[in-house]
Design a protein around this ligand. Sequence first.
Ligand code: ADP
Ligand code: MG
Length: 239
Amino acid sequence: MLTINNLTKSFGRFRALDNVSVQLDEGQVVALIGPNGSGKTTLLKCILGLVIPDSGDIQLKGQNVLYHWGYRRSIGYMPQIGRYPDNMRVRQVFEVIREIRNSDETPDTELMEAFGVPQFENKMMRTLSGGTRQKVSACLAFLFNPPVLILDEPTAGLDPLSVEILKDKIQREKQKGKLILITSHILSDLDELTTHVLYLMDGKIRVHQSMDALKAETGEGKLNRAIAQLMKQDAHATH
Ligand code: ADP
Ligand code: MG
């Protein structure tokens, strides 16, 4: 569904992505992990067309995405930090986005209801706490029922109940056969959801494996332990 071929991106002399090739398919929940500065956000932004790669290409459903921006309708994006006009009410943000989208389709308001958006929809965006702002971003990502979801640190700042609500939503969308890409530092948040792990280091893919294969290889059931185990093996191999 999403094919990335030999993607390379440098900022000046620094190579943020180094010949990344990967194929991701429907129904997968891919945990995109790796140390700070390993290129995760750059990769996501390349997929979204917000960063233009130096070389390589990205295809969504067989269509090259570069300079063909129509494909963005197929992606719901929850940025790590959502930025909104300070003096807009929550309700207005949703209205404006729906207006811009100009779609006849019924929006997916499931998450808005689960998060109780109507209870704070008259508040100004600037008065919202970080977590409530995250809820708005999450609701927007799912609003137009996109076949692909890109969630950058979606659980950061959410209270435990809200994390569970969001996880339930991701689970339901996964079952509809969507492709979901998630970055998170809190790997335990991803345990039950993840089908595949994509581990980036210094702009290169170090691990791309199904959870089942990763568990079998490392003998660890939990994502964070499995990754730690893998890194240990890696350190032994290179020293
Ligand atoms: P991650 O999301 O894994 O923490 P990023 O993709 O944000 O990493 O960044 C990868 C590297 O590229 C970092 O060293 C970062 O400083 C650098 N980088 C990212 N965007 C830019 C930019 N616009 N200009 C210069 N350097 C950048
Ligand atoms: Mg990042």
